[in-house]
Design a protein around this ligand. Structure first.
Ligand code: FPP
Length: 245
């Protein structure tokens, strides 16, 4: 995969690789509909692709990758679709030992309290089993919402104020950030959203403050390694100024 810029050839070998990539896995339903299949088949295909892209991102040299797997708003979907997604998460965690061979650290972000006991237990186990791996960290956003996350952080700080451990005027942006689910994870550099939609949909709204966006018309189940490389190369071409000149 190569791009050309001002006569010089940019390839993955000399590209600027984003440290943290966020992926909004959109278009599973449309992928299934186009084939006359139930939506849950699209999610199953999307889950396969999630595994392939995770492996590929590690090979490319990405250090953190976050996938938006289930939002705080997705509970509004029909029960059989929600159940199918929950089953996919459990299945993935059941097959985790296979995945741990990749030496990828796994973390979850979002409000776990509404998930089943067995899923919560599997999430904890996988975080514990993979905690010492540092080649790449995979974050899965499940029952996640950016506004909900900021609210959760504020509540933690408010509790400290209530207990007399913190003065309101001493609250800093760093404190709010440290109390997000992501805590010590660096901000998102690049957000990839396939399927033609061009919005953030409450995904890591704090962490994406200076993220670059890459949109594609390809539906998530078809968003293969080459498409991922195109996003990395597009990012590599961007001039990030973080509010400066
Ligand atoms: C949005 O596409 C996608 C989701 C709400 C679910 C994403 C989840 C997966 C791909 C499963 C991931 C699995 C693991 C194991 C992490 P959509 O259904 O809204 O698509 P549409 O816009 O075409 O209807």
């Amino acid at each position: 995969m190569a791009l050309f810029n001002r006569g010089s050839k940019i390839t993955l070998e000399n590209a600027k690789i984003p440290v943290h990539v966020g992926v909004i896995m959109d278009g599973n339903g449309r992928w299934a509909k186009k084939r006359g299949l139930p939506r849950k088949v699209g999610h199953r295909q999307g889950a396969q692709n999630f595994r392939a892209i995770t492996r590929h991102a590690k090979e490319v040299g990405v250090k953190y990758i976050t996938f938006y797997a289930f939002s705080t708003e997705n509970w509004k979907r029909p029960k059989d679709e929600v159940d199918a997604l929950m089953n996919l998460f459990e299945k993935y965690l059941d097959e985790l030992d296979d995945f741990l061979k990749e030496h990828v650290r796994i973390r979850f972000i979002g409000d776990r309290s509404k998930l089943s006991e067995s899923l919560q237990q599997k999430m904890l186990d996988s975080e514990r089993k993979s905690k010492d791996y540092d080649i790449m960290t995979l974050l899965l956003a499940i029952n996640y919402g950016g506004r909900d996350e900021i609210c959760h952080s504020c509540k933690t700080l408010a509790q400290q104020v209530k207990e007399g451990k913190l003065e309101p005027e001493d609250i800093t942006m760093d404190m709010i950030e440290q109390n997000l689910y992501t805590g010590d994870v660096p901000p998102v550099d690049l957000v990839i959203r396939p399927s033609g939609e061009q919005r953030l949909s409450n995904f890591m709204i704090w962490q994406c403050a200076y993220a670059e966006f890459y949109y594609s018309d390809i539906l998530w189940p078809d968003f293969n390694n080459d498409e991922f490389d195109k996003a990395i190369l597009a990012y590599s071409e961007r001039n990030r100024r973080f509010g400066g000149v």
